[in-house]
Design a protein around this ligand. Structure first.
Ligand SMILES: [Zn+2]
Length: 198
């Protein structure tokens, strides 16, 4: 058992990996989410490889036709509860883009075919790992163009229906303005967000 952190939903007989070693080893440079000062220790860490998955999917820093509509996908990794202060910490290890989702300027739909494609991908990723216990710890989507990054009413419905656990997260990104924010739990309360780069 790693010291200080309880891993959620441990679904294998393997030892719990030491979160502090894997995530904080990458911490040298961080892109911090666009947050005002917020009063929570809940935090989402996005690994450098997951960041690359997301940024290439959504054309981060580019203004192109593919990212002029909403895009999104799943955040895959592990969540932890810090025993000392009960804060929730998510570590995104992989992102799965919903490449077949239909997006419009203000709406993103994950239909059945999209879900199936993403689940198949998650199965394949887990089959390729020793632990096979990567979880869906949340979702990401874009608010393109002039939109600000926040959880809309539709987004809140999605959060409550599909990602309502206290260990699940959402991130909303604007690829053109290069803003992003992270949210946590059923009520999608803003939390700290860090993109890690080695
Ligand atoms: Zn939205």
């Amino acid at each position: 058992m790693s010291k200080g952190f309880d891993k959620y939903k441990v679904s294998s007989e393997y030892d719990v990996i030491d979160f502090t070693k894997i995530a904080f080893a990458e911490r040298e440079k961080e892109i911090i989410s666009n947050t005002q000062k917020i009063d929570t220790k809940n935090s989402l860490y996005i690994s450098s490889s997951a960041k690359e998955n997301i940024f290439s999917h959504i054309g981060w820093g580019k203004d192109i036709s593919s990212n002029s509509v909403e895009q999104g996908g799943l955040l895959i990794g592990h969540s932890y509860k810090n025993r000392s202060d009960n804060s929730i910490i998510g570590h995104v290890e992989v992102a799965i883009p919903a490449t077949t989702a239909k997006g419009s300027m203000t709406y993103l739909e994950f239909n059945h075919a999209t879900w199936k494609m993403m689940m198949d991908k998650l199965d394949a990723i887990n089959e390729a790992t020793i632990e096979r216990d990567l979880q869906i710890i949340g979702w990401y989507h874009t608010h393109p163009g002039r939109l600000s990054v926040f959880m809309s009413g539709t987004d809140m419905n999605t959060q409550r229906k599909m990602f309502s656990k206290e260990w699940q997260f959402a991130i909303v990104l604007n690829p053109q303005k290069q803003f992003w924010r992270a949210f946590n739990g059923r009520n999608a309360e803003e939390c700290n967000g860090y993109m890690l780069s080695k």
